[in-house]
Design a protein around this ligand. Structure first.
Ligand code: 5GP
Ligand code: ZN
Length: 112
């Protein structure tokens, strides 16, 4: 997808601090961290938002979640806890129109 910043990160056109990668999924550090640990987990394939998902994406989105958990375990975040969140649409504050989950950890969080 032209002009999508996360597609360009996935194809290495734009550099990022990559934490984990496999064929389908990329995990990298957020450029403006909102917590001591702030990672972004994306499918490499361009899907604009959660609201655009279809049945055929179920395996891919499973891989996205598994990558998040794998990295949380590798970074030793499981005991203290972490938050996994995806903003969808304007009111939720989605700025980048390529599905991504934020993995936040290293401090406590309020809800919502
Ligand atoms: P959203 O608001 O769409 O849920 O989150 C987008 C996130 O992407 C933000 O936390 C923002 O800091 C991060 N971000 C935007 N552009 C870049 C970039 O070029 N590189 C990295 N590493 N993060 C980015
Ligand atoms: Zn994209």
């Amino acid at each position: 997808m032209q002009d999508c910043i996360f597609c360009k990160i996935a194809t290495k056109e734009i550099p990022a601090d990559i934490v984990h990668e496999n064929e389908q999924v990329l995990v990298f550090r957020d450029a403006k961290p909102a917590a001591p640990v702030h990672l972004l987990i994306i499918p490499k394939r361009h899907i604009p938002a959660l609201s655009e998902l279809s049945e055929e994406d179920s395996g891919l989105m499973g891989q996205v979640h598994l990558a998040a958990v794998r990295v949380a375990r590798e970074l030793g975040l499981v005991e203290q806890g972490f938050r996994l969140v995806s903003n969808c649409g304007r009111n939720a504050g989605q700025m980048v129109m390529h599905i991504h989950y934020h993995l936040l950890s290293g401090r406590s969080f309020q809800w919502p």
